[in-house]
Design a protein around this ligand. Structure first.
Ligand code: FRU
Length: 348
């Protein structure tokens, strides 16, 4: 009997202790695990910041953030840990599609709600996807390129396309949307074969440096994100050939892509909003028992010389001197969209 009592007393102590341990010593009712692919690019840091800021508005959630460190295996292990911890909901922005699909499916099959952010997976066995429409962004960039190269039906020039991570869905969608438009222009010649730029500035530099060595005439560079477009610009500058080349990027974060457009380094960039804030909003709705859509699409916009300054002003990123010059313009500043303009897909 004494033995039974001992076991009972032990259980009374250990079980609640273990419970507190899993919840990260919190009495908050919901634990959300967020698995981020990497924190090596400014866009990812902004993403984390927006996600944390939104999460801080909801006292009922505890947020655990893990950095996959640009390594799919590490990210896989991070999600497995969330599953073992039995968190209430998982948010993931996967580094690559193929290698991370199984662990997302595992969470989903075990009944843990899982929301996929920004990069999609090899199948749709997850709760929800939130991200930009990368095909639309690619098409918009394609139309912009055509207009800069002479206009519809008569565009001509030599093009270098710099791919993002070839194992991730945004790179393929950005390519396909762009190719859809460009392929209708026989005067546009694509110079280089697709090579993985892994979204990195230094690889953008390398790919462009090779192209500059091989081709005397390059008219337009389309890079799948701003850091690679900037890397390509630096390569052209080092070769003394930056003038006369149109550089297009994607992301448009104010302190980076928009600033480069304002400085005349990039010709244009296309907004790719981070899904950080929307990810938390959707997670909260789900945890509160509301119905959520299968897919939430974030809006985009074009940023070039016509609006870059206004965006920088609004973010307090211009000096006073520049500020004075454009005082009257500041009144016309258009708000950056903060809510999805279009949403597609139905209930699960
Ligand atoms: C950051 C990033 C962005 C890009 C997005 C695509 O890691 O490379 O620059 O738009 O990921 O998933």
């Amino acid at each position: 009997m004494r033995q039974v009592l001992k076991v009972f007393v032990l259980l009374v102590w250990i079980v609640p202790l273990a419970w507190v341990e899993t919840l990260g010593a919190t009495d908050k009712p919901f634990v959300i695990g967020f698995s981020q692919a990497t924190t090596t690019e400014p866009w990812r840091l902004l993403f984390n910041k927006e996600l944390r800021t939104e999460a801080a508005k909801y006292p009922e959630i505890e947020l655990i953030v893990r950095d996959g460190q640009d390594d799919a295996q590490k990210q896989f292990a991070d999600v497995e840990e969330f599953i073992e911890q039995r968190v209430d909901l998982i948010l993931i922005s996967p580094k690559v599609a193929g290698a991370l699909t199984p662990v997302v499916n595992k969470a989903f099959d075990m009944g843990i709600p899982i929301i996929v952010l920004d990069r999609d997976l090899a199948n749709k066995r997850y709760t929800q996807f939130i991200g930009g429409d990368n095909k639309l962004i690619g098409r918009t960039a394609g139309q912009y390129a055509v207009s800069r190269l002479g206009g519809e039906g008569k565009a001509s020039g030599n093009l270098v396309e710099i791919w993002g991570g070839m194992k991730s869905t945004p790179a393929h969608d950005r390519h396909e949307g762009f190719a859809e438009v460009i392929s209708k222009e026989p005067g546009i010649r694509s110079l280089v074969v697709a090579r993985d730029g892994d979204w990195k500035q230094d690889l953008g530099y390398e790919i462009m440096a090779d192209a500059l060595e091989r081709f005397d005439k390059i008219d337009l560079v389309y890079a799948h994100n701003d850091p690679m477009a900037y890397g390509a610009y630096l390569a052209a500058k080092d070769a003394g050939r930056e003038n006369g080349i149109v550089f297009l990027g994607i992301d448009a974060i104010p302190a980076e892509g928009v600033r480069w457009v304002h400085e005349g380094v990039l010709t244009a960039t296309f907004l790719y909003m981070t899904p950080g804030a929307e990810g938390i909003r959707q997670a909260i709705r789900l945890l509160r028992g509301e119905e959520i859509q299968r897919r939430v699409t974030l809006p985009t916009m074009t940023i070039d010389r016509s609006n870059a300054e206004q965006i920088l002003l609004r973010h307090g990123l211009l000096s006073d001197e520049e500020d004075d010059k454009t005082e009257e313009h500041s009144k016309l500043i258009a708000e950056r969209p903060s809510m999805p303009a279009s949403q597609s897909g139905g209930a699960q």
